[in-house]
Ligand binder design. Sequence first.
Ligand code: FMN
Ligand code: EPS
Length: 389
Amino acid sequence: MRYLTAGESHGKQLTTIIEGLPAQMPITKEVINESLLRRQGGHGRGKRQQIEKDLVNITGGVRHGYTLGSPISLVISNDDFKHWTNIMGEDPISDDVEVRRIVSKPRPGHADLNGALKYGHRDMRNVLERSSARETAARVAAGAVAKTLLKQLGIEVVGYVKEIAGIRAKDMDSLSIEERKSISSESPVMVLDKDVEKEMMDKIDETKKIGDSIGGICEVYVEGMPAGIGSYVHYDRKLDARIAGSVMSINAFKGVEFGIGFEAARKNGSEVHDEIAWSEDKGYYRTTNRLGGFEGGMTSGMPIVVRGVMKPIPTLMLKPLQSVDIETKEPFKATVERSDACAVPAASVVMEHIVAFELAKAITEQFPNDQFSKLKKAIDEYREEIRCF
Ligand SMILES: Cc1cc2nc3c(=O)[nH]c(=O)nc-3n(C[C@H](O)[C@H](O)[C@H](O)COP(=O)(O)O)c2cc1C
Ligand SMILES: C=C(O[C@@H]1CC(C(=O)O)=C[C@@H](OP(=O)(O)O)[C@H]1O)C(=O)O
């Protein structure tokens, strides 16, 4: 399975093409829309989300609610395009700098300057349009399709917030996946505890007021992955490494950890590794899950627990950092019209879908994948085989 996306932030639309899904898998656009709307939520988003209402149009690969085995094509319109038809349309436009709203002032922390240098764009709009996290809507659409596949195989994936600007969420270790899912869809900052929720929301409001930005930590939790998915034999088949790479590819993500993660560096082996046990009902399992569901690049059968660190948003409304205008070479401090102050809750939805895609991809590589019923049967048989192994 793989996917590609196309489209600019203020262009007409985003397009996602997914290849490699089995034929005859039930799928509905309502499930994709649910994911898209969750990504748009979360306290701290800017005015753009009031303009957009992300809804998918399935334009290929699905008939009467079932996949065909051919590429799936998904389209999401940018409602904001109507305000940008001249600037982002395909017709030629005047050279007037004001008309074109040419961007010559790169924002520290965004892709603007590096992208301009690499592609030779003197108008950095050509960079920011595609480097914008608007593209994560297209990625969530792909992930929603992956989640549909996983769910029908008994695998559930959920993302929520662990930390915003140093304020930590209460531990959710004892919560079921259903409880985690309801927190993820109901709390405006995707945390369990109402006091923490308020503290985070106040912090976001305060940050917005002073025109600054904040980041945080997202967590994704997965239940139902059988042991032995992925491989130890090559670097690019290690599933934890693939997930880590994919999480790092989310805009503004700067770090990834599994289970107790970086904490492992400060502990003895006896405090880190998970002891192995067996029962008739569960087969092999670990008595703890400090390694977060992976050993040797393969799933251990325990829940997968992965966290990603999001830096603060680079566009700063009232606290601009020093930069240089590429036309005049003069220093400037830019102010902007709009931006998110905190997108950590939205990013946890993005991360959930990105992890889901990697899991679905690994599963479809490991089992027969042309027809959904055969894939399901093969996984059921494998689960039984490893239980008794
Ligand atoms: C959901 C989401 C929303 C974002 N919103 C903004 C935003 O409003 N303004 C901004 O400057 N960056 C925003 N970002 C972050 C930038 O897209 C990101 O910092 C930029 O692409 C540069 O990439 P890098 O930070 O990974 O180096 C957002 C990221 C995510 C995941
Ligand atoms: C559009 C989305 O996020 C955008 C991501 C983004 C960036 O630079 O990454 C900048 C902002 O764009 P705009 O200037 O148009 O408001 C965000 O709104 C979205 O998530 O749907």
